[in-house]
Design a protein around this ligand. Sequence first.
Ligand code: AMP
Length: 181
Amino acid sequence: MGPPGAGKGTQAILICKEYGIPQISTGEILRAAVKNGTEMGIKAREFMDAGKLVTDEIVIGIVHDRIQEADCKSGYILDGFPRTTPQAEALDKMLAQMGQKLDVALNLDVADEELVKRLLERAKKDGRADDTEPVIKERLVTYNNQTRPLIEYYEKQGILKNVNGLGSMEEITVRLRAALD
Ligand code: AMP
């Protein structure tokens, strides 16, 4: 978990490579659906372009199907999911049905000013449609209103680990690995 621009995607890729498990990014799955013009992509696009969250129903469906695939047997990292309390509750329920549970919720901590700076830099590099300044601001508002409460949700479950997200990519990977191990 972590606000937009915290480095979730970058770090998830590195950690997954190291542990030999898949990275499941709902944002990436949605971007692919938008690109391919699927029914789901058409539904998701307007929310994404506005910096708002796609409906819980859509993303819960994505994760529900994805985590049952064979490559998820030895574990996986969910990147950018859950983002709302109903999503977290749905995840707990589907994991319980599969006889699984979350081991850890990693939260990357980064101050807002730093996030805007990083996202504007990414905009130049990746050309993501939602990395423009007004949409970035909206994504931060969305994060603070809808996703931040999940920190407490996982703290109550006793599986939250806060990791300082300020520093070089390598420094942050070291911190995440320490938290995981
Ligand atoms: P991300 O790549 O994680 O920054 O996600 C990009 C965009 O995809 C978000 O701003 C949302 O519009 C949408 N999205 C990704 N994951 C979720 C989720 N778990 N719930 C709702 N919307 C999501």
